[in-house]
Design a protein around this ligand. Sequence first.
Ligand code: FMN
Length: 339
Amino acid sequence: MIDLTTLSAPLALPCGDVSLRNRIALAPMAGWTDVPFRRLAWRYGAGHLVSEMLSSKPELWDTGKSSQRRVLIQGVRPQAVQIAGSDPKIMAESAKRLVGQGVELLDINFGCPAKKVCSKAAGSALLADITLLQRIVEAVVAAVSVPVTVKTRTGLTPSDRAGLEAALAAQAVGAQMVVMHARSRACRFVGPVDYGRLGELRAKLDIPLLVNGDIDGVDAARRALGSSRADGVMIGGGAMGQPWIFSTLMGQAPPELGERLTIMAEHLESMHEFYGHETGTRIARKHIQAYLKRLGMQSLCRASMQEDTAEGQVRWLRAHRNLIVDQGRRQQALGSAAA
Ligand SMILES: Cc1cc2nc3c(=O)[nH]c(=O)nc-3n(C[C@H](O)[C@H](O)[C@H](O)COP(=O)(O)O)c2cc1C
C-alpha cells in the first residue's frame, strides 16, 4: 500500500534553493482559491499555493481583479503566481514584473480549457503547438531568476501524448516542476482520470511531478500516487468546503464539527474583509454551500443563500451553528457525511 507519510517531506526544486514545505499543493482555481482561501489552506498544511491564473496581457495587469489575484500572502514561501498567455515576449515581461513585486515562483498555465483563454490560444490550447509552448517556457525562464513550473493536462484528447511532450519540452528549457491534471483538454473537468498516463511521463521526467485530478481524500491520494508514481499531489475541488484536507492527508484527524464551523465563520469574515462587504458576500455564498454540502446539509443551502449582506451571513451562521453541529453529530453517529 502507498505510504502517504512521504507527502509530509519537503520537495526541493532542482535548481537554486527553493523547496516546497511538503508535497500536498492546493490547485489554482479561479474564483475559489483566492487570498482568504489560500491563507486557510496554508494554515491547514498545504505545502504549496499558486495564485489564481493571471493574464499576461499588459492591458489587464492593473485591473482590480488582477491586483487582487497577485496579492502576496504573509508567511507563505515560495510566493507563487500563475500566468497564462501565448506571446513569449509578453509572458516574459509579465514574469519580470511579477518577480519585481516579490513573486518567488512562476507557474505557467497550459491546462485551462476555458474559451476565454483558448480563443487566444493560451492554456491547454498550446498543447496543439508544443514549439510555441516551449518558446514561452524558455522566454520566461530566461527573463527571471526564480523557478518556473508548468501546469498542464495529459493531452488534447484522451489518446494523444501532447501533455507528455509538453512536459518534456518544458523540462528541456528549464522548467523545474510539472503539475499534470490527469485528464485531457477534451475531457475538461469530467470523465475518468488517467493517472497511469503520468506513470509513463514519470519514467522520462527528471524534475518533480505532481499529480492532480479528483483527489479528495486518503484513498484517492493513494490511488493517484500509486498509478502515477508522482512526487506529490495537487488538490483542487477536494479542498472546497474542507480546507483542512491537507493536514488530514498527513495523518491528522479532521477538525471536530464545532471547529469546522469556527473555521467557516472565520473564512466568511476574511472574504468580507478582503473583497469588501458586497463582493465578499457574493463570493462567500459558494463557499458556504461547499461547507454545508461536506457536512451533508444541502437542505440548508437555499436558506443561507437568502442572506445578502455580510452581517446577515455571519448572523445566519451563528444562528444555525448549534443545529448544524447537532445534525452533523447525528450523521456521524450513523456513519454518514460529516465523518
Ligand atoms: C472553478 C475552477 C477554476 C479553475 N481555475 C484554474 C486556474 O486558474 N488555473 C489552473 O491552472 N487551473 C485551474 N483549474 C483547474 C484546477 O487547478 C485543477 O486542475 C482541476 O480542478 C482538477 O483538479 P481537482 O479534481 O482536484 O479539482 C480550475 C478548476 C476549477 C474547477
